[in-house]
Structure formats: C-alpha cells, structure tokens
Design a protein. Structure first.
Lengths: 161, 507
C-alpha cells in the first residue's frame, strides 16, 4: 500500500474526465454523455521504471468553479489532472486561476493540465486562445496520449519517493 | 415504530462497520452489502484506501458525500461518515444509502448539462457563421473598392478619348466600351453597397434635392433606351407633390433605375410608366408613392409575402440584373419605405414603392442638381497639387485639367511628399486622395490644417470609398469638398468652381 497514490480528475462538466479514466482503466469509449454525480473511484496498478505503483483515480463530478468541489473529496490527493475541452472556451477561460487555487491549497500535490477531444479541434487556434501551458493533448475517443498522462504522473511521483 | 416510519420514508438504510487501527474489520451489520470479516476495509473498495491517512490521527471525523461504490456488481451512491476512534472507541464508519435520492439529482443534472452544452454549441455555430459572414462582407467591400480604382481610371480615360477627333465607327466602339464600363461600375458599386449594408456601415443621407431634376435625369437615361426597343415610356407627376425635398437623392435614383431596368428587361412591347402620387402629407412630413408598371411578360406570385416573393423571383433570375433588386429591397427597408407588387403572366407587372421624405420649405433651388453644367473660361491660372498614388488617376485628373485650361499642376504620390511640396509652394487647391500608402490623405490633411503655414489651402478630398464614415471624417478635417470616384468631368469642375469661387459671369 506504500505506493498507492490518489489522483483526482478535475475540470468542468462534459470535458471528458470519465471518458479519459474509462479509456485508461478499461480501454472503453462511448460517445454518449452521462453526467457523473459525486465521485467514481477506480484503481489501476502500473509499473513505471520497474517500480510498481497503485493509482486510485477519483473521477469527480464536473464543476464550473473549482471552489465548488467538496473539500473532503480532495483530501489526501497526490496528483491532480486538470482537464479542459478545447471546443468550449468556457472550460478553459479561467484555467490559470483554477490551477492557481489547487496549487496554493494543495501545495504538495502534483498537477498536470490536459486538453481532451483534440480529434475535434484546430490545435494551433486553440493554443492561441488558451492562456496557460497545456501538458497533454489527448483524445479519449482515439486513446491518443491518455496512457501518457498517467505514466508522466507516475514518473513525477517516483522522483519524490 | 415512529423511527421506523421515518426511516422508511427517508429510505435511509445505514450500514455500520467497525475496524481497528490497521483497518481490519471487527464488525459489520451488512445492511447494504456483506463484508468479509477476515479482510481489511481496504479490500472492500478502493475508496477506503486513503482511510489509512485518516485513522492515523485520533478523534478525527470526516464526512464524504455522493460516493459511487460498485460492490458485488451492485452500484450504490452513498454518504460515508468515518470516525478514526479514540482511547475508548474503536474506529467505525457509517454508510448511508442515498442511491434513489442521487438518481433524481443525476437526471436533473444530466438534462441541465446537456442543455447547457447544446446551447453553447448552437451559440458557437452562430458565432462562426457571423464571423464568416463578416469576413465575406469585408472581403467583398475591400475587393470592390480595389476594383473601383482601375474602373475610375478607365472611365476617366474614355471620357478624355471621347473629346478627340474620332471617326463614326470609333465613336460607336468607344460608346460601347463606355457603357460596358458604366455597367461594370454599377455592378461593383452594388457589391460594395450590399456588403456595407450587411455589416451595418450603410447610412441613408438626408440632403435637399429637386424632384423635378431627379425625374429629368431618369427621363434622359430611359427615354432613348425604351424608344430604341420600340416601347413607350411615360413619367407622370401630379402638381400636388412638392419639388424640393429632403432625402437620399442617389438612393431614390438607384431604386427607380433598378425597377425601370427590370421593366426594360421583361417588356418587349407596349409601354412602361413611372407614376408618382402624394400618399401622405402632414406638416413637413411627406410620403410619395412611386409606381412602375409595364406591359411585359409578368410572372406568377406564389405566396403573400411580397418581399420574399420578390427576392425569390430575383434569385431565380440570376442573369443580367446583378445585385440591383436585392439592393432595392434593402434600401426600401433602410429608408423605412413600403413595397408592393402585382403581376399577371403575359399581362405585365406593377411595382409600388412608398418612401418618406421631408419637404424642404426653405430651400432655394439646388444649384448642383438644377443647373446645367457649363464650362467657365478662367483668366487667371490656378496652382493645383494632385495627391494620388495611382498613376492612371493622376493622368486622368491632369488631362481633364489641361483640356479645361487655366491650371498649373504638380503631382505627389503620397501624403508625405505632398506636405514637403506644400511647404515650398503655395497652392490654390489640393486634390487629396484619402487612401494612399506611406501617409494617407486623412493624416496629410490633418498635418496641413494644423502644422503648415498654408493651413487654409483649399482641399478637395477624393475617395472610392463612399462610406459615410469617410466623408464624415473628411468633413471633420475641414476639407472644402468631397468627390466620390469615379467622377465625371462635370462633377469635377462643379466642385472646382465651387471651392475656388469661380463664377459663370466670368465667361
């Protein structure tokens, strides 16, 4: 249990948090949108550089303001994955302040930013529009880069071990 | 008994699990799901993993709401209260089944979020469409403006050419080229007007004009045209309509010419009549009904919506008429007029337009519109500076001035050069193109008016942009007159005579 890490997926509703976690844990994708109520929790064991890690992934209900997320859900978080939908600018206009809120309230937690649904956008135009660095461009639909987010998170955790 | 009824109503099933500081299960009432008493709480569900952290601290109490637990292939949405224990009490947790309550919330939230996303997508689509439309209109306005410059040049050169001694056949050819260019100019102007209307930069002017003069101008164009097609053309204006009105002269002409062109196109025999009626008058406000009727081929009306029906008629007939009829409809809308039409196949069509005006009670006759242009012989020569980046425009202006006589000329290719020249030389008049590279006409005029010794020099602004904004800006900079390209020699010299106060008595 030593290497069990709580990873929390945050972001507005409909950005694809559940799709990313389902693609990662079960390699499944469906186009229908089913709203997440509360929190769904998944577990996945991975191996990074010959080290075994257990990820307990918390898929939170989407909120348009990070401060509306229940504080109890964020207790003991080791890593945040902040996900935006590049097809809806309302999901990333406040990314800087949302990420800032997480960093100042959970200073020990690691954080990666993800733009999902890249199969639907003009990446160059999005990059001009978004004011904050994005670590990963993913598509839960095609599976592009999804595993890479968690591998990267694993590498970051290992550095601290 | 009462508690049971309350519990049933609240549907509050609660499971209690007690465990030790290692997480090993001590007891469970298994109300919601069975647990293996030999296991730890961490084996129940990954959610409980981080309880390790909570139970290291004594007397800690945490509540977790809306947790989805999938246990034994059964989904439960629960609230969980965990207590980390004290010296007297072992750690425990209470699991409250809220599945039915959260199911309702789920449905409501699902609908709300879906609606939000679909509204967003709809707005986004509209935004993109508007941006595309805006881009298209700006592109059209810009390209039509660029086309106007060479057309102006060619029309100017043709006008000069007509004054040469030419053989009959050459004159005929020149007339054909000339009328083709005039037609092209009208098409380009139509595109320009429509694109301006689309992005809201089109304004209706309110200037004084003489209705009799307007009718004479129309008669001059169409009488011969209809005569050549063997069609009778009549204009009827009753005496109760005042002559001096305030309104948009050019746009009224544009509407009437478009309707007469339409009548010309679809009438092969009989007659075309332009009639005017006084529709309404109260104090200064007046409404005039213009009726254009023909004995042409007519068409079938397929619905009651006049505007839509007329637009459809126009859409079906792409050939020839350009964008004129679409513009007519937009102009009538912008002028707050009304439009009606009637038509019968093989009998003809009638178009009725009602436009509001103001009666210009104080007006004297408008010299520009009323008086016929006549050349004035100039005794003392005037010193003129032409500022234009386009060589054809320079040539046309120069040739017109040379042919007229009475002017010395200098040329500057841009505003910067013009200012240098003005500082060295005194000019009676500057022709200033407003759109030039390096330094445009607006900047140059501003510098001339504010900084040079010759700040009172007469300036006539020239522009192929006849946007009201251009004109307004030029007037703010106190130009003495404003001419829209392409211009006729009559327009040019009327402006020169006005600005330089050259009087006809001098002839």
């Amino acid at each position: 249990m030593i290497n069990s890490k709580k990873i929390v997926l945050v972001g507005h509703f409909g950005v694809g948090k559940t799709s990313i976690v389902r693609r990662y844990v079960s390699n499944i994708f469906t186009t229908d949108y089913k709203v997440t109520i509360g929190v769904h929790i998944f577990k996945k064991e991975i191996e990074v550089n010959n080290n075994k890690l257990t990820f307990v992934i918390w898929d939170l209900e989407g909120k348009d303001d990070i401060e509306k997320v229940r504080v109890s859900h964020l207790l003991g978080t080791s890593g945040f994955i902040y996900i935006v939908d590049p097809t809806r600018n309302t999901t990333y206009v406040n990314i800087e302040s949302e990420v800032g809120y997480l960093k100042s309230n959970y200073p020990k937690a690691k954080l990666l930013t993800v733009a999902n649904k890249v199969d639907l956008i003009d990446k160059e135009a999005f990059l001009k529009d978004v004011s904050f660095p994005i670590d990963f461009f993913t598509s839960a639909k095609t599976g592009d880069n999804v595993e890479e987010i968690f591998n990267k998170m694993g590498l970051i955790f290992l550095k601290d071990l | 008994m009462i508690q049971k009824a309350i519990d049933r109503y609240l549907n509050n099933k609660v499971q209690t699990i007690q465990f030790n500081s290692d997480g090993k299960i001590i007891a469970s009432d298994d109300i919601l799901f069975p647990v293996n008493k030999e296991e730890t709480i961490y084996a129940i569900h990954p959610f409980f993993d981080f309880f390790q952290e909570i139970i290291t601290e004594k007397k800690r109490r945490e509540v977790f709401k809306m947790i989805l637990l999938e246990i034994n292939k059964k989904n439960l949405v629960v609230d969980i209260l965990v207590y980390s224990g004290s010296i007297k009490t072992k750690p425990y947790m209470l699991i409250f089944d809220k599945s039915s309550f959260y199911k309702e919330i789920q449905q409501i939230t699902q609908e709300k979020n879906e609606l939000f996303i679909s509204n967003f997508n709809e707005n986004q689509k509209n935004l993109e469409l508007n941006n595309e439309k805006k881009f298209k209109n700006k592109f059209l306005a810009s390209i039509s403006h660029d086309l106007k410059t060479p057309i102006t040049g060619v029309l100017g050169l043709l006008e000069l050419f007509k004054k040469e001694n030419l053989a009959y056949e050459q004159k005929e050819l020149l007339n054909t080229i000339s009328s083709t260019m005039v037609h092209m100019n009208r098409l380009v102007s139509d595109i320009f007007d429509l694109s301006k209307m689309e992005y809201g930069e089109f304004t209706i002017e309110m200037v004084s004009f003489d209705l009799d003069e307007l009718i004479k101008n129309i008669e001059r164009v169409y009488l011969e045209k209809f005569l050549l097609k063997n069609i009778e053309f009549q204009i009827k204006k009753p005496n109760n309509i005042p002559n001096y009105l305030i309104g948009d002269y050019n746009r009224v002409v544009q509407i009437l010419m478009n309707l007469l062109d339409n009548a010309y196109k679809y009438t092969n025999q009989g007659k075309v009549v332009l009639e005017m009626h006084l529709d309404f008058r109260r104090a200064k406000n007046i409404r005039i009904k213009f009726v254009v009727s023909d004995t042409g081929i007519g068409f079938e009306k397929d619905d009651n919506n006049q505007f839509e029906s007329f637009k459809k008629l126009h859409d079906e007939d792409i050939e020839g008429s350009g964008l004129g009829l679409s513009i007519v409809l937009r102009l009538i809308e912008l002028m707050k007029g009304t439009f009606l039409f009637n038509s019968k196949v093989n009998e003809g069509s009638t178009f009725e337009i009602t436009l509001p005006f103001e009666v210009d009670v104080n007006s004297q006759k408008n010299n520009f519109l009323k008086s016929k242009f006549s050349k004035v012989n100039i005794k003392n020569k005037y010193n003129i500076l032409i500022v234009d980046d386009n060589e054809i425009n320079q040539l046309v202006l120069m040739k017109l001035l040379v042919n007229h006589g009475g002017f010395y000329m200098d040329i500057a290719n841009n505003g910067e050069r013009a200012i240098e020249m003005i500082e060295k030389e005194n000019y009676d008049l500057i022709f200033m193109d407003l759109h030039m590279p390096k330094m445009n006409g607006f900047e140059a005029i501003e510098i001339i008016r504010e900084n040079t010794e010759n700040n009172k020099t007469n300036i006539i602004a020239l522009s192929a942009y006849d946007i009201a904004k251009d004109k307004e800006l030029a007037q703010k900079l106190k130009v003495d007159d404003y001419i829209v390209k392409p211009f006729s020699s009559e327009e040019l010299f009327t402006s020169i005579y006005k600005v330089l106060k050259i009087k006809k008595e001098a002839t």
